[in-house]
Design a protein around this ligand. Structure first.
Ligand code: CP3
Length: 355
């Protein structure tokens, strides 16, 4: 007779089971941007600090806002409360968030301007974030997994080069085309800092990592290979060299058919789908290789009601036959009524019960 495998505490967490390839009757669920301005209790904490980054660097407050959506909705995972732009901030580039607008950075537009970035000492600046991770790993319920995260090099580079959110990425794509060697240097600096940052999160207690590549979808096939897939592959290999067991979820948002190249070559363990990815295609081409996560349109969550319920059921029907994590296709929109999130949870949790 076989000796039963020893079940450890972590093995019981549904999210970790799915990431190891299991198909569960009841898919685990968490939502991108589950902590944030749509919650009144978040806005209350947010109002006690000056800038948004001050909240990211305040372990007690960042821990509290990470836990708020767990208490309210009972998600299967908590995601560290921080931002992808703490990496450029730690590298010495000035990053500010002003008056509810997007981020403002002092742009870096060519290789001559890379001199101001410093890898040494980044952990001094990032230490409060590791402290938040370790507080969270002490305070989460037993079945709740802890997700650490970072921006992928390409997406972080777009903010560093444009200096703000962008629509056309003229400066970033221009630099990458005109001086690929110099741009590769920037991508390399971000990659090195991010490997260190993610490894420290794991050492502080993060059980899963997610890489946000929100602007992966603006690149043509060859550029996608060079600036999304290859830097991500180097990053995942370096993190896994130090922490072989930690699952990494990749999110190359809006990559369309290039999702396939990413799944085959970026070294991730699971793939997060944006809302435009067709479900039947995802089952055949992606879920056949890796666990998938996604992909309810955040606008349906904003709308709520029957439209949302239909959208949720379609996704569950299509994807829950294999390893699957229910999520959105992008972050929660700040106008979303919290009641709609409660309704989403009822439908997803009710799915398994209804067989
Ligand atoms: O709950 C969670 O998901 C964890 C927290 C989290 C935040 N940002 C908090 C945040 C995560 C995972 C991010 C990732 C992030 N940040 C991404 C990748 C995902 C995506 O949405 O595409 C990007 C591109 C950023 C950069 C960023 N941060 C922008 C462009 C903005 C301004 C736009 C906006 O929504 O306000 C932010 C600010 C930000 N990051 C807020 C929060 C809660 C709002 C700021 C505030 O509360 O004052």
């Amino acid at each position: 007779m076989l000796t039963p495998l020893k079940i450890t505490e972590t093995d019981k967490k549904p999210l970790l089971r799915v990431l190891r390839g299991e198909t569960l009757d009841a898919p685990p669920v968490w939502l991108m941007r589950q902590a944030g301005r749509y919650l009144p209790e978040y806005r209350e904490v947010r109002d006690t600090v000056g800038g948004f980054l001050d909240l990211c660097y305040a372990p007690a407050l960042a821990t509290e806002v990470t836990l708020q959506p767990i208490r309210r909705f009972g998600f299967d995972a908590a995601i560290l409360f921080a931002d992808i732009l703490v990496v450029p901030d730690a590298l010495g580039q000035s990053v500010r968030f002003e008056g509810g607008e997007g981020p403002k950075l002092e742009p870096i537009r060519n290789v001559g301007e890379l001199g101001g970035l410093r890898l040494e000492g980044i952990h001094d600046r990032l230490a409060p974030i590791y402290e938040t991770v370790s507080r969270l790993s002490e305070s989460l319920p037993d079945n709740t997994a802890l997700i650490g995260f970072a921006g992928a090099p390409w997406t972080v580079a777009t903010y560093m080069v444009e200096g703000a959110s962008s629509r056309d990425f003229v400066h970033t794509r221009g630099w990458a085309l005109e001086d690929p060697g110099g741009f590769a240097w920037l991508i390399g600096i971000i990659g090195d800092a991010t490997v260190e940052y993610l490894c420290r999160q794991v050492e502080a207690g993060a059980e899963i990592l997610q890489l946000f590549d929100s602007w992966a979808g603006v690149l043509a096939q060859d550029e996608f290979r060079r600036w999304v897939v290859e830097p991500t592959a180097r990053l995942t290999a370096a993190v896994k060299k130090r922490h072989p067991g930690v699952p990494i979820i990749g999110f190359p948002r809006s990559a369309g058919p290039l999702y396939e190249d990413y799944v085959a070559n970026a070294g991730v363990d699971a793939i997060s789908l944006d809302s435009a990815v067709p479900l039947d295609w995802a089952v055949k081409r992606l879920q056949a290789r890796l666990p998938v996560q996604g992909n309810l349109d955040p606008l349906l969550l904003l709308a709520g009601g029957d439209a949302m319920e239909r959208g949720i059921r379609e996704i569950l029907a299509a994807l829950s036959g294999g390893p699957f994590i229910f999520n959105l296709g992008h972050g929660i929109i700040k106008e979303t009524p919290p009641d709609h999130v409660a309704q989403l949870m009822e439908v997803v949790r009710g799915w398994a019960a209804s067989g």
